[in-house]
Design a protein around this ligand. Structure first.
Ligand SMILES: Cc1cc2nc3c(=O)[nH]c(=O)nc-3n(C[C@H](O)[C@H](O)[C@H](O)COP(=O)(O)OP(=O)(O)OC[C@H]3O[C@@H](n4cnc5c(N)ncnc54)[C@H](O)[C@@H]3O)c2cc1C
Length: 386
């Protein structure tokens, strides 16, 4: 008796055997459709997009919206809140930065990205100062997990935005209000200065016209005589503008100091962690100020990084390893550049790096020595395998 003969005694064996015979005789020949699934996946998740800048709109003195249309007339669908990672070549360096799509997913004729100037920013300044209408940019397809989930997020959402962190929310607000979706949104938008507030007129207009969307602006450096809300997004302010906070889902997007502050305020309000969604906005500005940074290690210290079967490069302690690699002409596949998506996962063979606490490395990465160069800072000489 063969070791498989016992299978014939199992319940349902005869029926399955019969089904297989029938299928062999009458079922469709699926081999004729070979490649169909791949072509659908390629449409939904293309490896790269080629996007022509069709319009540039000044939003504030420091912010512009770039309207991007597809060179081949096709843009994949996305969820409001997702981003694209835009590739650029600047002074011989190939690099990329993620930008949330600020337009609504309800239309797919274009993607808008809204870029705020960062002081000494490498890519933001290039996009704002150098890029012209007609230029073609390369990007990834839309990605990211900062979007509404109808199963877990309920119908009552509070968005806490800071500065350019308004962009993913703008896409969600436009979608809900344009499509008249049955979902309540309350936006609390913190900005330092009044003239830095992005989309102010449109936000006011939409909140006037749609009952399910309300909006509060909070200025931390208001002009003299300003009548609106002042200061930061505190527990007290949230109680004042939201009233009952039960059953609300909170989303936070903004610079790191803002969400560190807001998380503490939400904790005071008793909001559970599972009711809070965060978008991480890139590597920290000053890594040496992060908790756990090795005492006395200066950001300008230079370490050697040997790439197995490749060259050895210099890397500054204060810069993400990915930036040092790009400066040396080595491009690592990247998406979020915030330690979230795992796309740039790289094997560390020797030496030590520092990851900020906010980066959630998987246990398997830690156990098997993988690092995320987009948020990994060398604190010794290293050897890596790409
Ligand atoms: C998911 C997500 C969505 C985002 N959405 C938006 C958005 O909608 N709008 C927005 O404005 N921002 C957004 N950001 C932030 C955006 O991705 C950038 O971080 C931001 O524009 C700043 O980039 P920057 O290059 O100008 O500045 P930085 O990244 O601060 O530029 C300085 C960096 O460039 C490096 N650098 C300097 N010179 C060189 C060189 N020669 N070669 C290589 N590197 C060099 C520096 O070492 C430093 O690391 C988003 C971020 C994330 C993660």
């Amino acid at each position: 008796m063969s070791s498989m003969d016992f299978v014939k005694d199992m319940d349902g064996y005869k029926e399955i055997e019969n089904d297989i015979k029938v299928l062999r005789k009458y079922a469709r020949d699926y081999s004729a459709m070979r490649g169909n699934v791949k072509s659908i996946i390629d449409m939904l998740h293309p490896y790269r997009l080629h996007l022509r800048v069709s319009e540039i709109r000044e939003e504030t003195p420091s912010t512009k919206t770039l309207r991007l249309v597809s060179v081949n007339n096709y843009l994949p669908p996305f969820q409001a809140g997702q981003y694209i990672n835009v590739f650029v070549d600047i002074t011989g360096v190939r690099t990329s930065r993620p930008y949330s799509i600020s337009s609504s997913p309800a239309q797919r004729g274009y993607y808008d990205i809204t870029v705020r100037k960062v002081e000494d920013g490498f890519v933001s300044n290039y996009l704002l100062e150098e890029v012209k209408v007609g230029q073609v940019l390369e990007s990834t397809a839309p990605a990211g997990n900062f979007y509404y989930n109808p199963l877990f997020h309920g119908n009552d959402l509070v968005f806490l935005a800071g500065g350019s962190g308004i962009t993913p929310f703008m896409s969600m607000i436009r979608e809900v209000t344009d499509r008249d979706i049955d979902r309540k949104i309350h936006l609390v938008y913190g900005s330092q200065f009044e003239d830095d507030v992005i989309f102010q007129d449109e936000l006011e207009d939409r909140s006037r016209r749609h009952e399910n969307f309300s909006y509060n602006l909070v200025l931390s450096s208001p002009p003299d005589g300003y009548k609106g809300l002042k200061g930061f997004i505190t527990e007290g302010l949230l109680k004042q503008v939201l009233g009952d906070i039960k059953n609300k889902m909170f989303y936070i997007c903004g610079p790191k100091p803002m969400y560190t502050f807001c998380m503490a305020e939400l904790e005071k309000l008793g909001i559970e962690a599972r009711k809070i969604r965060l978008e991480i906005s890139g590597p920290p500005k000053d890594i040496t100020a992060e908790p756990g940074w090795p005492r006395g290690l200066d950001a300008s210290t230079v370490f050697k990084v040997k790439i197995r079967n490749g060259k050895t490069i210099n890397a500054k302690a204060g810069e993400p390893l990915m930036v040092s690699l790009e400066r040396a002409g080595i491009v690592v596949e990247a998406m979020c550049r915030s330690g979230e998506c795992s796309m740039c996962r790289t094997k560390l063979l020797d030496g030590k790096v520092f990851h900020p606490q906010a980066v959630k490395l998987r246990k398997s990465d830690r156990d098997f020595g993988y690092i995320h160069p987009c948020v990994a800072y060398p604190i010794q000489d290293l050897e890596i395998m790409l």
